[in-house]
Design a protein around this ligand. Structure first.
Ligand code: HXC
Length: 512
């Protein structure tokens, strides 16, 4: 056989992974192969593979008789919409995509390249975990990856698509990355599987319920996206990338935008008459950002707060918004954690923040206190305070108590704070406030209920408006809702070159 044929034979073998039968079995499960996924993700013809001929070194349990070129992971680089990305795609047809010493080395090499060259890393995960035949070297391989995930955090965007099993300690690499996307029905993530759960806790639960996409999208918040199928999942990876810069020293790509009529009359009638009536904050978002540019993150989790990417006049922004249509938009543990993590991503990658506020306060109760609303609420306060990207706030209705401070108030570093005319900025709701400060008067009145109402009204008139805050400069401008988009376009453009010098320190100590 001549030398060219030898090479071609090896390449053909590598392309087949674990062989035709296993590829068929993968397809039967409704899953694509590692290479098909890469093809869907990258621009046509842009993929360059690295390490195609790598083979494992294990000599135990008869493993020397069974080697597959590439060793269960396809690694390389290419472009998504013309922008460089690094990608690894685990091949379930080779020892179940399990991670060997060499499989880990391939991923680590790619991560080093991604960091050194400042481009996003995308992991397409489909793996039975540590290569059982290799023992501790496989565990070491995982830790080598975890360590690199941490070092790359905040330097380049890291995205994890989970497209099959992801169990045991293997879950911690995706967990450290910036965004996780899971596929319904064919992917799952858990630290210990249903069998161990049954032995230890006697709970009967299947893989889907324990760690499927829906579970992690709605209950645990581990995944940011639950996608209907693999094609949609990969489309979302591409979409997400379009809002992000290549690395922490660059800006996100901008889209061409020509100013037109930016007045949105509908917003003037969006807020209900009664302050206790809900409305959908997503309607506000849709009206103020560029048409169809809003990409919601963590849609099914902690729905009392909304986070996501959008564009304003073609520029990427991150949106954080209370959702009065869910639990009146109250801040609780989950909402605080969800928003804090999103804010930190945006700040790390130079994505300006828009914060829309309609918040009655923090959720009271033993459940919240015992699970640490203090520490967890502080996460959002810390994240927004720490962020040095342009930060703009719009108070659409309520901004009460500590939540007023936390939700990107002027005091914690917001650059511009707008309020709509019906904004209520106060220490607490008028009813509760009247009960406390006019306790004596109310208890002594012949008609207590009427007195309470009168005092409530007095408090409402004094504080249930934005003008006290505006008089102090805590609100920069009270604006008509219909003018919001226009104001934001101008304000974000004005803040485009914002620079903040931060004192030297190793890192802050966010209350984890
Ligand atoms: C070596 C493995 C493997 C593994 C699967 N295979 N997992 N080989 N190491 N971890 C092989 C199988 O032998 C089989 O080989 C092929 O992959 C497909 O596996 P099946 O079991 O036939 O597939 P399926 O029925 O779809 O089940 C998939 C699975 C199951 C649920 C992932 O294979 C499984 O439970 N595997 C073990 C998972 C596990 O316990 N891993 C270690 C977790 S601990 P053939 O030759 O038949 O194709 C861990 C620690 C990480 O990961 C710590 C990091 C800090």
């Amino acid at each position: 056989m001549n030398k060219v044929s030898i090479l071609q034979e090896k390449q053909a073998a590598a392309l087949l992974g674990g062989g035709a039968a296993r590829i068929e079995s993968q397809h039967k499960k409704g899953k694509l192969t590692a290479r098909e996924r890469i093809q869907l993700l990258l621009d046509e013809g842009s993929f360059e593979e690295i390490g195609m001929l790598v083979a494992h070194r294990c000599k135990d349990f008869g493993m020397e008789q069974e080697t597959y070129l590439g060793d269960g992971v396809v690694t390389g680089y290419g472009t998504v919409n013309g922008r460089l990305v690094y990608v690894f795609s685990q091949d379930f047809t080779v020892f179940g995509g399990s991670l060997s010493e060499t499989h880990a080395e391939k991923i680590c090499k790619l991560m080093d390249l991604a960091v050194q060259n400042g481009a996003p890393l995308i992991g397409l995960n489909d793996s039975g975990g540590a290569r059982i035949q290799e023992g501790v070297v496989s565990l070491g391989g995982y830790a080598d990856i975890f360590h690199r995930n941490v070092k790359a955090s905040g330097v380049i965007p890291q995205l994890s698509a989970i497209m099959g099993p992801c169990a045991g300690g293997a879950v911690y690499s995706p967990a450290i990355t910036d965004f996780i996307l899971m596929v319904e029905k064919t992917s799952y993530m858990f630290v210990t599987g249903p069998n161990v759960v049954k032995t230890v806790t006697h709970e009967e639960v299947n893989s889907e319920e324990l760690g499927g996409a829906t579970t992690h999208a709605s209950k645990s918040g581990v995944t940011h996206f639950a996608m209907a199928n693999e094609v949609e999942c990969i489309e979302y990876v591409k979409k997400l990338l379009s809002y992000m810069p290549q690395n922490c020293e660059e800006e996100a790509p901008t889209w061409e935008y020509e100013l037109g009529n930016e007045v949105r009359e509908q917003l003037n009638s969006l807020i209900p008459e009664s302050a206790n009536q809900p409305y959908d904050m997503k309607e506000v978002i849709e009206q103020v950002v560029d048409a169809e540019s809003f990409l919601e993150v963590h849609k099914q989790y902690a729905e009392n707060i909304i986070v996501g990417f959008a564009r304003i006049a073609g520029r990427s922004i991150g949106v954080v918004a209370n959702q009065p249509a869910c639990l009146a938009g109250v801040l609780d543990i989950e909402a605080s954690k969800k928003a804090a993590r999103f804010v930190r991503f945006c700040d790390a990658f130079n994505i300006p923040l828009l914060v829309l506020v309609d918040v009655p306060g923090f959720l009271p109760g033993t459940d919240q206190e015992w699970h640490g609303i203090i520490t967890n609420g502080a996460k959002l306060l810390y994240a927004l305070s720490e962020a040095t990207v342009p930060k703009i706030t719009v108070i659409t209705r309520k901004a009460y108590g500590g939540a007023y401070d936390v939700m990107n108030s002027k005091h914690i570093g917001a650059d511009l704070n707008f309020a709509w005319p019906n904004a209520e900025i106060a220490v607490m709701g008028a009813k509760g406030a009247a009960e406390i400060i006019f306790k004596k008067e109310i208890s002594e009145a012949a008609d207590k209920e009427a007195k309470w109402k009168e005092k409530e009204q007095e408090y409402l008139e004094k504080f249930a408006n934005p003008y006290g805050a505006a008089a102090r400069g805590f609100i920069d401008e009270v604006i008509l809702p219909s003018q919001t988009r226009l104001k934001l376009i101008k304000a974000f453009a004005m803040l485009e070159n914002k620079q903040v010098a931060t004192p030297k320190r190793k890192h802050g100590n966010i209350p984890l």
